[in-house]
Design a protein around this ligand. Structure first.
Ligand code: HEC
Ligand code: HEC
Length: 410
């Protein structure tokens, strides 16, 4: 449906191309076609009811909010799809800023010069003062986060907590540098009427963070409400307040909460029902090398899901997510100076390797243009992945290519 969104964004092209008439109904509406490679499609075997819910959420994901829909007062993009087009990576990104110590990595204790936080919000409605980089004495570190793909995130949400705890314990018992940590995060969405996707005990405030580059959010409804608020200035019952801003504005052109709870849940359900793009049959050589050089220690090929996950196709299966959901220190070169709950400046959640061929850049900020570059940039003396990258470098050219082809096929 991103075609529909770009029609809205480019009315001139639309008029030139189609004579001003609405485009005819597209039989593939809701499906994203890249070459002959389908992505942005519902889970295999989805019921008619699930397909309807998927389409509802997909349309909301692509919906371009306007001022009268409650956009702002400050925002970065006006649609989820602005940063996750066709459920894939980008083109939109979030620019971050933080005051750091002289080492360029450690966050400074005093962040008072950034009273509205670390995120630049370049657009405002009705003349609101936007958040850009302030003129500052001292060291300010800038970084960006490119919207990652959201394929297969239902599989990720469904993974059993016990599996993540098991992998963390196994890594702690290894003799080498690989030692991932769970990011325990505060869960905000207890108010959600639809609690069936959540596992928490009464009084349990700390869940396993799974989503976001630093695993700072536990569930997809929580992430959706957070993205609406933080990236778009759209408030909801799960995040009822506009974020603090220089003009002290507490609302926008649409009084009160901008979307209802079911909107948040429909978007979350769309991502839960979003299939992993079809994977080519595994090349055995590449797959074996992926394990041999320890990529699979962090990018864990599969984890078991909860038996009680409410989407039957995702319950009690081996979810091929290629992540351990754990935070790993990858050294100062990738550090962004930002902490998220227990994640530090140098730590990142293992990126799930899902739909890799639909990306044209890699790593949190898109600095790698190829999969090979992404691998080499995990390196560095202080990186937990240093041995793995060294083992990759030591492979013959042929073997490196087989391994990269395997990653591309995921
Ligand atoms: C301005 C760009 C932007 C917009 C708009 C945006 N996102 Fe994101 N999205 C990001 C970035 C950047 C990240 C990584 C965030 C982090 O590390 O905290 C992200 C992460 C995510 C993730 C976690 C994926 C993962 O692998 O952990 C989900 C889910 C998500 N976004 C959904 C949404 C939804 C739903 C909307 C609309 C309500 C939305 N996003 C709007 C940029 C954006
Ligand atoms: C110590 C854990 C660890 C090991 C070992 C490891 N990785 Fe990673 N990998 C990560 C983390 C963490 C990230 C996210 C870094 C970022 O976004 O800046 C990542 C990111 C990636 C990405 C980018 C994905 C994307 O969507 O941007 C690719 C590709 C990748 N790894 C492949 C590999 C391969 C291939 C190997 C083996 C040679 C490997 N990794 C070994 C932890 C690891």
């Amino acid at each position: 449906m991103s075609r529909f969104a770009s029609v809205l964004a480019l009315p001139v092209l639309f008029i030139v191309g189609c004579g001003g008439e609405p485009a005819p109904a597209d039989p593939l509406l809701g499906l994203q076609l890249i070459g002959d490679d389908l992505s942005d499609i519902p889970l295999h075997g989805a019921s008619a009811e699930q397909v309807a819910r998927f389409k509802e959420g997909d349309a909301l994901f692509d919906f371009v909010f306007r001022e009268r829909d409650g956009l702002g007062p400050l925002y970065i993009r006006s649609a989820c799809a602005g940063c996750h087009e066709g459920a894939a990576r980008g083109p939109g990104a979030v620019q971050k800023m933080v005051l750091v110590e002289a080492d360029g990595v450690t966050p400074a204790v005093d962040q008072a010069a950034l009273p509205y936080g670390h995120t630049m919000r370049p657009y405002g409605v009705a003349g609101a003062t936007t958040l850009a980089r302030p003129e500052l004495e001292g060291t300010i570190k800038l970084s960006q986060r490119l919207g990652p793909p959201v394929f297969g995130r239902g599989y990720m949400e469904a993974v059993d907590d016990a599996e993540i705890e098991r992998v963390a314990a196994e890594q702690a018992a290894r003799g080498d540098a690989i030692r991932g940590r769970i990011n325990r995060v505060v869960f905000h969405s207890k108010k959600n009427a639809d609690e069936s996707f959540h596992t928490f005990a009464e009084g349990d405030e700390n869940l396993i963070g799974r989503f976001g580059f630093k695993a700072r959010v536990a569930t997809l409804d929580d992430f959706t409400a957070d993205a609406y608020q933080g990236d778009m200035g759209i408030t909801s019952p799960l995040r009822p307040d506009e974020l603090p801003n220089p003009d002290g504005l507490t609302d926008d052109a649409k009084p009160g909460e901008d979307v209802v709870l079911d909107t948040v849940n429909a978007v979350a359900d769309y991502m839960r029902l979003l299939e992993i793009p079809r994977r080519a049959p595994a090349d055995e050589r590449g797959q074996a090398l992926f394990a041999e050089v320890d990529c699979a220690a962090c990018h864990v090929p599969s984890l078991r899901t909860r038996a009680d996950y409410p989407i039957a196709q995702l319950a009690d299966i081996d979810a091929p997510v290629y992540t351990d959901f754990l935070l790993h220190d990858l050294g100062p070169d990738l550090a962004d100076g930002l902490a998220d709950e227990s994640a530090s400046s140098v730590s990142w959640r293992t990126a799930p390797l899902i739909g890799m061929r639909h990306s044209t850049s890699y790593l949190h900020d898109g600095r790698a243009r190829t999969i090979e570059q992404a691998i080499l940039l995990h390196d560095g003396p202080a990186s937990e992945a240093a041995d793995s990258v060294a083992a990759f470098r030591a492979l013959s050219r042929e073997d490196r290519e087989a391994l990269i082809d395997f990653v591309r096929s995921l």
